[in-house]
Ligand binder design. Structure first.
Ligand code: AMP
Ligand code: MG
Length: 590
């Protein structure tokens, strides 16, 4: 039997009769936390490795299942309103004056099978700013609600996102293309439907960086400057200013959120809720093994199976955030993807000094609901809200409770697997490793310790005196500490005694140091999009220099590799960035 998460097996890509396909499953050695040694593959599928895809924009084929299978808001005019009995409103983007492509992702272009030459055309910027559409596109904004900071907020919807259409590739992969910032929709409420350059750069870079880190995420095809200015009060202090406007084209199999189901349940549109759920299961979860696939119509049992799948995917996503030190910052239920993808990059941040209480979002500074250390509980809370929305269709608590229990189990298993990878252990042994890791995290928060550098350097651990008896500042971990004066005798002793326990634990595994190092370096990225690095790229872009964004994107494409020329991107946060806006905390203004 294949392990459900494919952690113990991997596939090689082999050429057979002139075509590329996957090999038989290969067993990896050692059989431990192989997530970090392999690319997980869900199903064997024939693949075609096109080295240079060749589609022109006009060759993209759209099937727009969301629009064709779900009911539309009958009103065509673009004004803000409450919408009922519908899942979306057909909406065109508001034209912008001078669209210019600033950056794009080659890899996402390849996913869509687009020829690299399309990015050089004038047409590209026109389409992906929202000024023009391709034949087959049906621009629309979808209708959803959500809990914001724990309170039901009613209808929210795509206030500044317009989905252009869903394209299906020759490999039968479905991708929804969505513009963010291309103007007002019926769901814009009191806002302008636009996005500024700084937040667009952050979304573009972070979603691509997350993908390369192996974290489930929506992707970004392009970032286009609109040529127009947008008024924003960045600090919410009454000093509004004009900033350059931009549009990111996001790409994902679907942008459906927990809030889509919640709004239909709140409106008591149970027939439409069922239709939407059936649509989602059949379109977005084609690999889900249903109870009676041949039977006409989905059953309550299928809904339970599907809910469990959503719970498990969410658990995987959150454990991955925790592994790399990502803090989403606005985990409202409208920002939770049904596919378990990281979605809506707003005031997110990366842990620099390890602090489980840190939230990057200034709006969250009071309650710290969305702090790093609480993300797994918040996701569970959000899943409970989704379960509440589904209850009228299932009328039975058991499958929903089973899904929630599965979330907790899956999260624990994935997080333990991530921890085993981070420490280079063969597998996570609860009897010893719960206290070993708890004590380590306690140590990391005791003095300001850079999480990314600490774990990366720990892979070089050996039991020589450099590590066990000298001051922490002089061992290879030294570069992870922010404040030298905090490293006193008492701290040195605690670290040394933890390292001694770690040494004993490693000895009981008996992995060769090089194997351990390789495992650790696949679980502990060297390069993450540190808050200040994103801000430097934004500063340069605002001054008209876009090369820093490209450079950062290139470095972040290989986060687990040593890149000797790029050491500066792996450095600790400089002191000047400690309290600078954009480098420490961010507001929701974007
Ligand atoms: P967020 O929490 O930023 O994902 O957004 C919450 C809600 O506000 C969503 O419905 C967004 O579409 C909407 N929203 C955020 N910013 C804008 C904007 N500038 N214009 C219109 N709607 C917006
Ligand atoms: Mg949102």
């Amino acid at each position: 039997m294949l392990d459900k998460y494919n952690l113990h097996y991997y596939y090689k890509i082999v050429k057979k009769e002139g075509e590329y396909t996957y090999s038989k499953p290969q067993i990896q050695y050692p059989l431990v936390h192989l997530k970090y040694m392999i690319t997980p593959v869900k199903k064997k599928r024939k693949i075609n490795l096109m080295s240079t895809p060749s589609l022109k924009l006009a060759d993209l084929r759209f099937d727009n299942s969301f629009v064709t299978q779900l009911p539309a808001d009958p009103i065509k005019e673009n004004y803000c309103r409450q919408v009922s009995g519908a899942c979306y409103s057909l909406t065109n983007s508001t034209p912008c004056s001078k669209p210019a492509l600033l950056i794009h992702s080659d890899e996402v272009g390849k996913l869509l099978e687009l020829s690299p030459s399309v990015f050089r055309t004038e047409e590209f910027a026109q389409i992906f700013s929202g000024n023009e559409t391709l034949p087959g596109m049906q621009p629309h904004a979808t209708c959803y609600g959500g809990h914001q900071f724990g309170n039901w907020a009613g209808q929210l919807g795509d206030g500044r996102a317009i989905t252009l259409g869903e394209t299906v590739t020759s490999q039968k992969n479905r991708y929804s293309l969505q513009l963010k910032g291309s103007g007002m929709t019926p769901y814009s409420r009191t806002a302008d439907g636009r996005a500024v350059l700084r937040s667009s750069v952050r979304e573009f870079l972070c979603s691509e960086a997350m993908h390369h880190l192996g974290v489930p995420t929506t992707r970004a095809l392009s970032l286009v400057l609109t040529g127009d200015e947008v008024m924003r009060d960045m600090f919410y202090d009454g000093n509004a200013m004009y900033e350059p406007g931009a549009v990111v084209c996001r790409v994902a199999p679907s942008f459906t959120r927990f809030g889509h189901f919640q709004l239909l349940a709140a409106q008591e549109e149970h027939a439409l809720l069922k239709k939407f759920l059936d649509y989602t299961i059949t379109t977005d979860f084609p690999d889900l093994e249903l109870s009676h696939p041949k039977k006409a119509g989905l059953t309550a049992e299928d809904y339970g199976l599907w809910f469990k799948e959503v719970c498990d995917r969410t658990a995987t996503m959150i454990s991955e955030w925790m592994r790399v030190g990502f803090v989403h910052g606005v985990m409202n239920t409208d920002n939770m993807s049904i596919l378990g993808l990281t979605i809506d990059y707003g005031p997110y941040g990366w842990l620099e000094n390890y602090d489980p209480n840190w939230t990057p979002n200034t709006t969250d500074a009071g309650g710290k609901r969305y702090r790093y250390g609480q993300q797994s509980q918040v996701a569970l809370w959000n899943l409970v809200q989704l379960a509440n929305a589904l209850y009228p269709l299932i009328n039975d608590l058991k499958p929903l409770e089973d899904g929630l229990a599965s979330y907790q189990k899956t999260y624990e298993r994935q997080w333990h697997s991530a921890l085993a990878g981070k420490l280079g252990l063969k597998s996570f042994v609860s009897s010893t490793d719960v206290s070993l890791t708890d004590d380590l995290f306690q140590l990391l928060s005791e003095v300001e310790t850079d999480m990314t550098i600490f774990f990366r350097k720990l892979s070089e651990f050996n039991s020589t005196s450099d590590w066990l008896t000298t001051s922490a500042l002089h061992c290879p971990l030294g570069s992870a500490f922010y404040v030298e004066s905090q490293i006193d005798d008492s701290y040195n002793q605690k670290l040394s005694s933890w390292l001694t326990r770690y040494k004993t634990r490693l000895e009981s595994d008996g992995l060769a140091p090089l194997v351990r190092k390789e495992i650790m370096n696949k679980a502990n990225p060297k390069y993450v999009i540190r808050n200040y690095l994103a801000q430097l790229a934004i500063d340069d872009a605002a001054a008209g220099n876009f090369s820093t964004i490209q450079k950062l994107l290139d470095v972040l494409k290989n986060p687990y590799n040593e890149q000797p020329e790029q050491e500066e991107y792996a450095a600790r946060r400089p002191e000047w960035a400690r309290h600078r806006a954009g480098c420490s905390m961010l507001s929701c203004s974007s």
